[in-house]
Design a protein around this ligand. Sequence first.
Ligand SMILES: [Cu+2]
Length: 220
Amino acid sequence: MKITDNITLIVTVALVVAAGMGIGFMVTNSAANNHPSGSSSAYDLNLVITTNNFFNNATGDQPAFYVLGSNGLVSSANISIPAFTQIDLTIFNYDNGNGSLYSPQYANVTGTVGNTETYFNNTLMNSTDATSSININGSITTHNVNPALIAHTFTILNSQGGTIVNIPVPVNSIVHAVFYINQTGSFTWQCEVSCGSGPTGWDGAMATPGWMTGFVNVTL
Ligand SMILES: [Cu+2]
């Protein structure tokens, strides 16, 4: 990655984080109404997906998830979240990549409040109404995403491989979802779109913690 690309990415991430906080706040308020006022406050989990990350000489570039922390991007190999707490997840996806869903079920949003996610993408933004401004025409809240639009998923699995949370991530989008993990433990997270390398697309990023898989550590 060129230095100029790095700077562009950092600036873009910073801008999007600012936007995401606004989005998160707005959606959190409405979701919080579904729960007793005594529940503990929400935990913000921000994930960023970029492409063109250099994997190694044999594989070349691969996409990766990062955790966006207070000091910038850190590895997604181990993601720590609190149990019994509203997790306010925002995923910033810069990847337009296409791949195949491992199974059609991963097009469905599962394990989130209302089994929905809300996403924003380029088709919602334009300047056709007023040339001096940008129109942001709301968002899409849905139970499932057209598989042709899905670049990656953020999927938390139990020890039997069953799905605890599944969030399909459309190409070039920002996704917001709210969920709870009402147990403690270490769980595998996995992207369920064949976005890696090798004959099936399941090597490289798909098989390496911190890229398209890792662990979610849920503690009290
Ligand atoms: Cu992926």
